[in-house]
Design a protein around this ligand. Structure first.
Ligand code: ATP
Length: 365
């Protein structure tokens, strides 16, 4: 079987370039999330992998064999779509057994295998029901069981949780991940939800405008976003525009220190990013990167509080655990520290080149 690989895959619809030359490997047994904003080409890429779209250019290989033009039904890939696409007139068991019976598996054996799969997705005993008699979460499990019935080489899911409410979605993410690990099946999940990707994936591919913006583990992508776009799309970030000078970064009149600043030539326009939870608030004493901020808004989210502040660096948002003693009120002035090691720096591109368009204050709220 072997790893699935894409070599310079592209897809154009007339003038529109949906996928723009992507080269990637999907290691065997791993769960990879394709993550990106609406229209970045995730679904088109997944559909090409599935064999439902023919690429305009490039190759898809599986264990070294070229499968670019092999039709979907000959790929032995299991698929789950947003809509689940179940057969309403069939029972739950027959939905799961469908592909097996079509492939010639004797009825009794197909039904027995369907029951084992229903057990696996925690639907034991519901085989006789009609699809209309199931909840959204149960339907989703049927779709998963059906896709796994043929023991697929690759399991493909396109926004599999989008029809579920928030709580059930979180539960299903954990369940699906545990199931995937137990089966060890190579899996690709398309999502626009960064929490979903971080919950489930061994590896995240962040896409923007038909290209790969960054690939890495959830931790790498969160802590070391390769571009300002990724920093704003995965989690939240405070952004500041600055200019490199003498190994530091000037944001207005304030000089900020950070380890990577010296890599930028004097006078280069840069963008800094800092996670709201990385900014320290209310500590006395001297040190690098300290400014004052006036609280303009407090958002209490239960376990954490967001403080919106006006500072000489612009508007900043600081997130603090609710258990911390510091809790300034609106109108109060506090000391803020932006730890050098928590600042990320990117070349500042002309506005029209900023893929995805990162807002200047706090992105991805
Ligand atoms: P979403 O999260 O909204 O589903 P996506 O990242 O999956 O978005 P795609 O559906 O792959 O994005 O679409 C990528 C681009 O290709 C979009 O600009 C879209 O309008 C265009 N596109 C997709 N399918 C077609 C098609 N059949 N004909 C023309 N353009 C298409």
């Amino acid at each position: 079987m072997g790893a699935l690989s894409l070599g310079n895959i592209g897809k154009e619809y007339g003038e529109a370039r949906a996928v723009d030359g992507i080269t990637l490997d999907f290691p065997e047994g791993q769960l990879t999330a394709l993550l990106g904003p609406s229209g970045c080409g995730k679904t088109t890429l997944l559909r090409m992998i599935a064999g439902l779209e023919v690429p305009t250019r490039g190759t898809i290989t599986m264990g070294g064999r070229d499968i670019t033009r092999v039709p979907a039904h000959k790929r032995k890939f299991g698929m789950v779509f947003q809509s689940f696409a179940l057969f309403p007139h069939l029972s739950v068991r027959d939905n799961v057994a469908y592909a097996l019976t079509i492939a010639g598996t004797p009825r009794g054996e197909a039904a027995a295998r369907a029951d084992r799969l229903l057990d696996l997705v925690q639907l034991a005993g519901l085989g006789e029901r009609r699809i209309g008699q199931l909840s959204g979460g149960q339907r989703q499990r049927v779709a998963i069981a059906r896709a796994l019935a043929q023991e697929p080489d690759v399991f493909l899911l396109d926004e599999p949780m989008s029809a579920l409410d928030a709580k059930l979605r979180e539960e299903m993410q954990v369940e699906l991940r545990l199931l995937q690990q137990r089966l060890g099946v190579t899996t690709i999940v398309v999502t626009h939800d960064q929490r979903e990707a971080m919950t489930m994936a061994d590896r995240i591919i962040v896409m923007s405008r038909g290209k790969v913006e960054q690939e890495g583990t959830p931790q790498e992508i969160y802590h070391w976003p390769a571009t300002g776009f990724v920093a704003g799309f995965i989690g939240r970030a405070n952004f500041m525009d600055g200019i490199a000078r003498d190994g530091r970064i000037m944001v207005g009149e304030i000089a900020l220190s950070l380890p990577q600043a010296a890599r930028f030539l004097d006078g280069s326009p840069v963008q800094l990013a800092c996670r709201p939870e990385a900014i320290r608030m209310g500590e006395g004493g001297a040190g690098a990167n300290r400014v004052q901020g006036r609280v303009t808004f407090v958002r209490d989210l239960g376990p954490v509080r967001d403080f919106h502040l006006e500072t000489v660096l612009g508007k900043l948002v600081v997130e603090h655990g609710s258990d911390q003693s510091t809790s300034p009120k609106i109108g109060e002035t506090v000391h803020l520290t932006l730890p050098p090691e928590a600042l990320r720096i990117y070349p500042r591109l002309p506005p029209q080149d900023l893929s995805g368009g990162v807002p200047s204050a706090l992105a991805a709220e």
